[in-house]
Ligand binder design. Structure first.
Ligand SMILES: Cc1cc2nc3c(=O)[nH]c(=O)nc-3n(C[C@H](O)[C@H](O)[C@H](O)COP(=O)(O)OP(=O)(O)OC[C@H]3O[C@@H](n4cnc5c(N)ncnc54)[C@H](O)[C@@H]3O)c2cc1C
Length: 343
């Protein structure tokens, strides 16, 4: 089988690697832009945990994290930091099934805490009384860029081709027309170009298949709450994790849709909202006293969300749509997608 993959982010790289493992005699060509600076993989916060409200996503996140922890090469390449995770849910409703999914893959990892238990152990303030936390011991954060770089290296060592050559258009032949004018034919083509995917499909006269681009940004502060690993607060969508020796990364969901991934502009109002929500939730005077820097990028979204293989034309697939959460699911989702493609 000959497969051409557009995009050398973590999605394209891991899909190529899974294909190579499952079908060693197949031809796998990965085409990536000349620079990967600023792609979603380079900018990612990298939070990984097993908890997800949607069962399918939770299974991918939990089994992927279990594989990453158990595989020394993946663990080292992704620079996995097991700092723990706290998911603050608005209520305890509907948490039983997702916690069971975590327990199957990562026994002994997940615990439920009530609001008073939470207040005794963590620095969160002013949470409503019904809040229930899913605390995971075996969770933390990774470097998706480190994982991508290592996997692209493994691929070239194992006979796959990784070319820093942008793809101009995708033909339903299926074939890829490259920026240098050459056309390469395949049995299947996968567009894993992250937030560039909808524009590339449009330029190729192909349907976007419900994919859209949304800006994501976060700010890293010097200083931050002590003793806190990664967290998400369902009430506002605030998320964060330790960063560096004495820093903390914090983000809130924004509302900038259909942005150009090549030219992200910081949302200044969102930076202010993060600072005030951090003061409210963590009691930390982050904005006034701490030097900070903001990272802006974007990701490809789909409703329902999920990093999965979707066919947009005969022999032409997309592998994106993780909606700001594919660092968590990519290890397992790439295995599922490779199996589906080979079928
Ligand atoms: C700011 C931010 C924070 C995030 N935080 C988290 C988190 O904490 N936890 C989590 O689970 N997920 C997180 N995510 C989501 C996760 O990082 C992304 O879903 C994932 O990295 C997407 O990878 P990708 O390979 O699909 O896309 P990308 O990393 O964007 O890769 C696509 C690649 O395709 C290349 N490309 C584009 N067009 C072409 C072309 N025509 N020809 C060749 N190559 C092309 C691009 O240059 C790029 O390198 C975050 C995302 C962002 C943006």
């Amino acid at each position: 089988m000959r497969v051409g993959i557009v995009g050398g982010g973590v999605a394209g790289a891991l899909l190529a690697w899974r294909l190579r493992q499952a079908a060693p005699r197949s031809t796998i060509d990965v085409y990536t832009a000349r620079s990967t600076d600023g792609d979603a993989t380079s900018a990612s916060g990298g939070l990984v945990r097993g908890f997800e409200r949607l069962e399918h996503a939770g299974r991918l996140a939990a089994t992927g994290l279990a594989e990453l922890r158990a595989n020394p090469a993946l663990r080292a390449a992704s620079d996995y930091r097991e700092v723990g995770s706290v998911y603050l849910a608005l209520s305890g409703d509907g948490l039983g099934d997702p916690v069971r999914v975590i327990e199957e893959a990562l026994p002994g990892s997940a615990t439920l805490l009530t609001a008073p238990e939470l207040a005794a152990r963590y620095p969160f303030r002013g949470l409503p009384s019904g809040v229930t936390a899913v605390v995971e011991r075996h969770a933390g954060f990774v470097s998706p860029a480190g994982l991508r770089d290592a996997v692209l290296g493994w691929l070239t060592d194992r006979g796959a081709t990784v070319r820093r050559m942008p793809v101009a258009t995708v033909d339903p032949a299926p074939a890829l027309r490259l920026a240098d004018g050459v056309t390469a034919g395949y049995d299947a083509v996968v567009v894993a170009a992250g937030p560039w995917t909808p524009a590339l499909l449009a330029a190729s006269g192909l349907p976007a298949g419900g994919l859209r681009v949304k800006q994501i940004q976060y700010t890293v502060y010097e200083g931050g709450p002590a003793g806190l690993g990664t967290f998400v607060w369902e009430g506002t969508g605030m998320w964060g994790r330790p960063a560096g020796d004495a820093g903390f990364l914090l983000g809130l969901p924004g509302d900038r849709w259909d942005v150009d991934p090549a030219g992200p502009r910081p949302d200044v109002a969102l930076v202010d909202r993060v600072a005030s929500e951090a003061r409210r939730l963590l009691g930390h005077p982050l904005a006034e006293h701490c030097p900070h820097r903001t990272t802006v990028s974007s990701d490809c979204y789909h409703d329902p969300p999920g990093l999965e293989l979707r066919e947009v034309a005969s022999g032409v697939f997309t592998f994106t749509g993780g909606s700001g959460g594919a660092a968590k699911t990519v290890v397992a989702a790439s295995r599922v997608a490779a199996a589906a493609l080979l079928r």
